[in-house]
Design a protein around this ligand. Structure first.
Ligand code: MN
Length: 492
């Protein structure tokens, strides 16, 4: 069914005992439609509600219930399809996917099998600087979510919460076009950026509103495709990379020891960093799909699609192009800063009226680094865009040096107040008074007379003296002035 044409760069190959291996990755991402009511009922979808408080007769699968399609959800699926540069199918149909599970009271899931609402498309990703990869979209279909079984409330009973039962999901299926864990997480990141910009899914992976099933197989570079395993419901970018790494190495080890891979569904254990078998993988025929007799096929008017298309917001790729043109920042920076709407909005606030490249460096370096260490998202950053901008203003007007700014930033991140407040309170203002700097320079030379003598033959000693003066000034002396004065006084 699938072909995988592109061969990974050599640097992405995995060295096995018997030679090189290439990882082939495809994804099925379930994105919850940002809708107040469910796909086929009027029940609510709010997160964190009392168990079973948002369940209609349809969601509970009671006999005689009749699903009615939610037009808003259809519109969101079309919007998302357009955002994925994909074919919108004016004719689509709902099918029943039959399987038994306690959290699926109907005994089947209403999904789309043969005729999905969205067909082929593609998106581009930039997993690392200068590398652009196009990932094909196979399809997007609408389907219902299942409920949730809860096994840990009672030692001998399982509870079922049907709040999620019937919630609208968009299942976005990629082609097997990814070749490394980094490409896979960059793909999900890009996808999340697109749905967030469109407003069709909030993309909150921690709440399970965006989750990835990752298909992994290995082959000799460019060779025959191997048997794949599917890792279900991976819910963070880091876990996606870890799961793929582990799974690829597991498969290679089995094959190199003379074994073969069983097609199966596996779970990722994020605590152990391992995947483990869940069940042998079903094929489509195991689900006995057939058209849902309760629902008419969906026939969309072209004008309905055109109307949505005419009102699409600025998407990440367009915004990236605008950032390159308007702010003059490198393509890679523009890509990183536009992959998510929150990030891009933040950047525009910081960059407006300031040095755009310095703004990009501070966001991508210091801010993202601090957020990463703290395990926080930009949306709950303790440093706001205006506060970061305020810090950059103090570097620009030379109130503080770039180095002191790092200290101020750390204090800001810990909730110490605005840049001005911290500079004032901690007395971090740069010393630009030439008289004061000259005194510190003279003191340093006097205290290190022998070194000063040698400096004439060995100009590298200038660094030593700069260090002494900066230390004496607690980092506050203007480094340029210190350098100039030292050169003069040491006769360099
Ligand atoms: Mn699905």
């Amino acid at each position: 069914m699938f072909t995988a044409e592109r061969v990974a760069d050599e640097k992405d190959w995995i060295k096995g005992e018997s030679g090189d291996w290439e990882i082939i990755i495809g994804m099925e991402v379930h994105a919850q439609v940002a809708s107040n009511s469910k796909l086929f009922s009027g029940a609510g979808t709010g997160f964190g509600a009392e168990p079973n408080s948002q369940v209609s007769l349809v969601d509970a699968g009671l006999p005689g219930m009749l699903p009615v399609i939610n037009e808003f959800c259809v519109e969101q699926a079309v919007r998302t399809g357009l955002g994925l540069n994909a074919q919108i199918n004016l004719y689509s149909r709902f099918d029943r996917k039959n399987y038994f599970y306690v959290d699926l009271p109907q005994g089947y899931q209403i999904s789309q099998f043969e005729h999905p609402i969205v067909g082929e498309g593609e998106i581009s990703i930039e997993p690392e600087e200068g590398i652009e990869v196009t990932v094909g979209i196979e399809r997007l279909h609408l389907e219902q979510d299942a409920g949730k079984s809860i096994h840990d409330l009672s030692p001998d009973e399982t509870y079922v919460d049907l709040n999620r039962s019937g919630v609208a999901l968009m299942e976005i299926v990629s082609k097997p076009d990814m070749r490394s864990p980094e490409e896979a997480s960059a793909y999900v990141e890009k996808l999340r950026g697109i749905v967030r910009a469109l407003g069709t899914c909030d993309g909150d992976m921690e709440k399970g509103n965006l989750r990835a099933d990752v298909n992994v197989s290995v082959r000799r570079p460019g060779g025959e495709l191997g048997t794949r395993c599917e890792i279900k419901n991976v819910n963070s970018m880091r876990f996606i990379r870890q799961a793929i790494n582990y799974e690829a190495r597991r498969q290679i080890e089995i094959i190199e020891n003379g074994g073969s891979i069983d097609q199966e569904t596996r779970l990722f254990d994020s605590v152990k960093g391992e995947t483990r078998s869940m069940r042998s993988k079903e094929d489509a025929h195991d689900y006995r799909y057939f058209p849902d007799p309760d629902l008419l096929p969906l026939n969309l008017e072209q004008s309905f699609v055109d109307g949505i298309k005419a009102n699409l917001p600025e998407l990440p790729d367009a915004r990236k192009a605008r950032f390159i043109a308007d702010y003059g920042i490198p393509a890679y920076d523009a890509g990183v800063l536009t992959v998510d709407k929150t990030v891009a909005d933040f950047y525009e606030t910081v960059a407006k009226g300031r040095d755009a490249k310095i703004a990009a460096n501070w966001m991508m370096g210091d801010l993202f680094g601090a957020l990463n260490n703290a395990g926080r998202e930009l949306s709950d950053s303790p440093v706001s865009a205006d506060q970061l901008g305020g810090l950059l203003d103090r570097i620009a007007d030379k109130t503080i040096s770039g180095k002191i700014a790092k200290t101020v930033f750390e204090k800001m991140f810990e909730g110490g107040g605005t840049a001005d407040e911290i500079i004032e309170k901690e007395g971090l203002k740069q010393v630009t008074d030439m008289g004061a700097i000259e005194k510190m320079v003279d003191d340093a030379i006097a205290a290190n007379a022998a070194q000063a003598e040698k400096a004439k033959e060995n100009p590298k000693l200038l660094g030593f003296f700069v260090g002494q003066v900066m230390k004496a000034s607690q980092g506050k002396a203007n480094p340029q002035a210190v350098n100039e004065l030292l050169r003069k006084k040491l006769g360099l």
